[in-house]
Ligand binder design. Sequence first.
Ligand code: URA
Length: 209
Amino acid sequence: MKNVFVMDHPLIQHKLTLIRDKNTGSKEFREVVKELAMLMGYEVTRNLPLQEIEIETPVSKTKAKVIAGRKLGIVPILRAGLGMVDGLLSLIPAAKVGHIGLYRDPETLEPVEYYCKLPVDVHERDLIVIDPMLATGGSANAAIQFIKDRGAQSVKLMCLIASPEGVKAVCEAHPDVEIYVAAVDEKLNEHAYIVPGLGDAGDRLFGTK
Ligand code: URA
């Protein structure tokens, strides 16, 4: 699928293996998720436009490139997305951070927004929606739609592990959204967990299980 970028860099794959391992505890899990977000951020920001400015080195005047004042926004989907924020912020410290929280209505099974706070100038920003696991695609699709409804025009999705079903669902619902992942796994199981995956990303980040 043309909008899906699987980052198979050896460092990314090595770190992904560390967090897949069930014997990796929360402290290391958090550290490695942060590192992965940083490494993946390098690729997600690859097409940021540059502009030339004049500077003076200790030797001579020269023209040199800087990022062309592009405004970025990072939007973690609560709660597991929080684990990826610091890694991205360490690369792009000027980015604003919005938050979106969703729960699944037990009767309709539809995602319902319970929290959404975005930068006021959301329509001017390139937004990177982050969530470690792209499982059914239900939350990601709803989050992207809520953000678009508030005026966002440029949205990317960055996840650590995706299922084939999740990738397909987002590609179909949001063909304008590029998806960046470290791996597309085999399948979803009957509980909507990614197989082999890494378990519940939120629980592993926050030690709640
Ligand atoms: N959310 C998770 O944290 N893990 C999965 O495998 C699927 C959804």
